[in-house]
Design a protein around this ligand. Structure first.
Ligand code: NAP
Length: 291
């Protein structure tokens, strides 16, 4: 990593908690590789201090920052403008300073789509299943809509949350064909899916021995179905391991993490970024083989 001097420009990530963020690992690896005079730091912000923190960032000359849980939605009213994709998703994960104030966008959607760009699926005739209805599911729904999926079926455990999720898309202007379901309905539809995306934390610590779908229902997944888990550690999750053993095409969440980060860094630096360096820094950090 290059030396930090009085001229070093600041980037960072805000969240609460922020201790476990992997973003500094990949961003500082890329910055070091480029030899640019920047540093990317984790910034813990208490919920009642979000507005104050943004004012402080102006006064210390922070160039830009990522936004993670729980601020991806609550930061929006504090920004002077947001991109159409952030507006459609209803969440911002990347912020940068302009003459008019802070601008925000959402790079999670591009990150989610990145591993799917080479698939030869005819998306316009494809049914998608999304497990969970939280923040990650919002980027997934926007991404699946961009692909042109004919139907998107959201499965959740809480009817109230599911209905609020469904309603939240009403003014998005996206051409959505979205329906909501309880998990009890999954066995009837799962074999029709071209893609199944897990956006719940089931499979990550402390649920590493769990799978978001029962074994009985997993058996109904068609061979060749894309099974995408947003979780990146453990790698693979139990869900992906079982799906692959049944002939599904498994995609883990690491590439989404790398690509959303690369897209954000490109915005801040206004320079091409070394995606391979970012990916390998994360893989090394997570104890995965590096190539
Ligand atoms: P979130 O906003 O808290 O949403 C989590 C969703 O999972 C909610 O719908 C929640 O249901 C559901 N859920 C939680 N525990 C559950 C359980 N025990 N059984 C069934 N459903 C459960 O979280 P998020 O930000 O979307 O993140 C979810 C996962 O995606 C995390 O593992 C995160 O690391 C991963 N992620 C990865 C990336 C990436 O770049 N790869 C990006 C974003 C997220 P309720 O609504 O009923 O509470």
């Amino acid at each position: 990593m290059p030396a930090i001097t009085g001229k070093t420009k600041l980037l960072g990530v805000i969240g609460h908690p922020i201790e476990h963020s992997l973003s500094p690992v990949m961003h500082n690896a890329a910055i070091g590789n480029l030899g640019m005079d920047y540093i990317y730091i984790p910034l813990a912000v208490e919920p009642e201090n979000l507005k104050l923190a943004l004012e402080g960032f102006v006064s210390i000359g922070l160039k830009g920052f990522n936004v993670t849980i729980p601020y991806k939605e609550s930061i929006i009213p504090l920004l002077s403008e947001i991109s159409p994709i952030a507006k459609a998703v209803g969440a911002v994960n990347t912020v940068w300073r302009t003459e008019n104030g802070w601008s925000g966008t959402n790079t999670d959607v591009a990150g989610f789509l990145s591993p799917l760009q080479y698939s030869r699926i005819n998306w316009s005739q494809s049914l998608a299943i999304v497990l969970g209805n939280g923040g990650g599911a919002r980027a997934v729904v926007a991404g699946l809509t961009q692909l042109g999926c004919s139907e998107i079926h959201i499965f959740g455990r809480n009817q109230e949350h599911l209905q609020a999720f469904h309603k939240s898309w009403e003014n998005s202007r996206l051409p959505l064909n979205l329906s909501i379901h309880s998990y009890a309905e999954l066995p009837q539809i799962i074999s029709k899916a071209a893609i199944i995306v897990n956006t719940t934390p089931i499979g990550m610590y402390p649920y590493v021995d769990d799978c978001p779908i029962s074994m009985e229902v997993m058996e109904k997944i068609r061979e060749g179905t894309i099974v995408y888990d947003l979780i990146y550690t453990p790698n693979p999750t139990k869900f992906l391991h079982i799906a692959r053993s049944r002939g599904a095409i498994g995609i883990d969440g690491l590439e989404m993490l790398v690509q959303q980060g690369a897209a954000a860094l490109k915005i801040w630096l206004q320079h091409p970024v070394p995606v391979d360096v970012m990916r390998n820094a994360l893989r090394y950090h997570l104890g995965l083989p590096v190539w």
